[in-house]
Design a protein around this ligand. Structure first.
Ligand code: SF4
Length: 473
């Protein structure tokens, strides 16, 4: 084929398709951002988000390139199922897995249906790969894009970010909403930074970003917020891995957003260590509309926190909850309730903490069933404390399996997971779910004295604001 004809075929509408499977219930930024880059480069990509719409074989049938966004484990599990459907519909198209989990699992993915894998600051390698494929049939060597012929690490150059282009994605009304005082408000997600300067051992970001983070220019963040507000967003999630990696930038962005859109509320994620270090900023964030903050408490055991290199200890957690209460900002701890070092007593300790600090509506019950995830490439694999518990690589499920030395803990994890999934389906009151988890734990761990909750919660209590999507990694 004449190269010009080939290039123009690739520039036809739908020749490039970007697919999202799961992005924590948000309209996917990891599709909106590369859509902008591809459109600027002259392509006319389509988008599909199977979290909010049906898989469309028609959209895929004529695609030459399909990029599947896999920023997290759940997205990758779903992404490989979608890739199989894409192959059935269109065996010849190039399939690229991009995002954190694409690169961490490139070995398996490139042997099982994927043609390339990109991680880190993925937009430029993605565009360069599409451009290269549209012009040549040679085996391409694009920095940042791993293929069967060319290996590559993550792309970690600072790129000139564009405003994400959300055209072609389902409207934000199809996604997670903020619930405040029983009223649902549309919510959108933006990024003010990417990557992370920390190296917590269990986190999938350090194996890709290795302690680097990139700031998104304030004007780009605000333009994106403006777009979302025009779509009807009443609440913004700052989806940065840690909003306070650059605290001055975070504060400027929040202040500027509040000045331009005073009715918007927002939430962000930040580590305990940062929130304590910048405790004095909490009232200011509150003033600018902060509805809640998610923070990775993970555990109250100093042994567990030490093995994960979290940078905080048990006392820091108590101090933070008190500071947040004082600033009247809701704090939503995320947990890793099951690790090889978590004892039965640690598990009850977490339940006591949630009840005694009245966090029952700020900790999603699923958090009490989260088990330490060890993906390929995880820095935990280098830890002698972890190694002894690893049993095997389960490549198909993108994890290393490990066993708890007390088999009752593994049994409790399984049954707690079933319990909370069932409770979520029935939209059970969180206080009831926590009471049932406690009973279950008392039974399995043979601590009958722990079966009774330490505090009572009225069914008609006032709930703090939250998003309708529980957090899944
Ligand atoms: S857990 Fe949070 S602070 Fe730690 S490396 Fe990951 S994103 Fe950074």
């Amino acid at each position: 084929m004449n190269p010009n004809d080939k290039a123009s075929e690739w520039r036809a509408p739908g020749a490039v398709v970007l697919v999202s499977c799961y992005e924590l219930g948000h309209q996917p930024l990891a599709v909106a951002s590369p859509l902008a880059f591809l459109r600027e480069a002259g392509f006319r990509p389509w988008a599909m988000d199977v979290a909010a719409e049906d898989f469309s074989p028609e959209k895929i049938a004529k695609a030459k390139f399909v990029g599947i966004s896999v920023p997290m484990h759940t997205a990758l599990r779903l992404g490989v199922e979608v890739a199989a459907k894409i192959r059935e519909t269109n065996p010849a198209c190039h399939i690229c897995f991009y995002g954190l989990y694409g690169l961490l699992n490139k070995g398996y993915l490139l042997e099982n249906g994927g043609d390339s894998a990109i991680g880190g600051e993925f937009e430029l390698p993605l565009v360069k790969l599409v451009q290269g494929l549209s012009q040549s049939s040679e085996k391409l060597d694009v920095p940042g894009a791993a293929t069967r012929e060319h290996t590559s690490g993550p792309y970690l150059e600072k790129i000139p970010l564009l405003k994400p282009d959300r055209e072609g994605l389902p409207a934000i009304q199809a996604y997670a909403h903020l619930v405040r005082d029983g009223v649902h408000y549309p919510a959108g997600a933006v990024e003010a930074s990417r990557g992370c300067k920390h190296l917590c051992l269990h986190c999938p970001i350090p194996p890709v970003y290795e302690g680097r983070f990139f700031v998104v220019p304030q004007d780009k963040v605000l333009e994106d917020i403006e777009d979302l507000a025009a779509q009807g967003a009443r609440h913004i999630t700052f989806a940065d891995p840690d909003f306070l990696n650059g605290p001055a930038h975070a504060l400027r962005v929040a202040r500027a957003m509040h000045e331009r859109f005073p009715a918007l509320t927002f939430d962000f994620t930040a580590k305990v260590e940062h929130l304590i270090k910048h405790e004095e900023l909490l009232p200011e964030f509150k003033e600018y509309g902060c509805a809640f903050i998610i923070t990775a408490v993970e555990s109250l055991s100093d042994l567990v926190l030490g093995h994960l290199v979290k940078g905080h200890n048990r006392e820091d957690v108590f101090r933070l909850v008190k500071a947040a209460r004082q600033a009247r900002v809701s704090i939503r701890p995320s947990l890793v309730a099951f690790t090889p070092w978590t004892s039965a007593q640690d598990y009850f300790d977490l339940l006591d903490f949630i009840e005694e600090y009245a966090l029952i509506d700020e900790v999603d019950p699923i958090q009490m069933a989260i088990r330490l995830l060890v993906p390929p490439g995880s820095h935990l694999l280098d830890s002698p404390h972890m190694k002894r518990y690893i049993t095997e690589l389960d490549a198909e499920n993108f994890i290393y399996r490990w066993e708890h030395p007390d088999e009752r803990m593994d049994k409790l994890h399984q049954e707690a997971l079933t319990l909370v999934e069932d409770a979520a389906t029935r939209q059970e009151d969180a206080a009831v779910t926590f009471a049932r988890i406690r009973e279950l734990a008392a039974d399995i761990l043979e601590h009958p004295g722990q079966a009774q909750p330490k505090a009572a919660f009225a069914p008609d209590r006032i709930r703090p604001p939250r998003l309708t999507e529980s957090w899944f990694c």
